[in-house]
Design a protein. Sequence first.
Length: 79
Amino acid sequence: MDEIQQMITQYKAPSMETVKNIDRKLFYCKNPAKNSNSLLYKKLEEQKELAQKQKKKKADKGKNDDNTMDHGSIDDVFS
């Protein structure tokens, strides 16, 4: 318990320059693909939306094709 109390009483706040250096390092270590303010993130989101729209359009087209498919006549099957 004395060790903890000693650590608390001897604590010094880091200097502003040290804090700024750490903050700068953290800023440059961030993954821009996960930062919602970055251009890369916005571009990737746009690509995801486009892919989803194309997938949905393709699924809808396939669904419509099944309904309008020409099966021919029964005479074509037996001839």
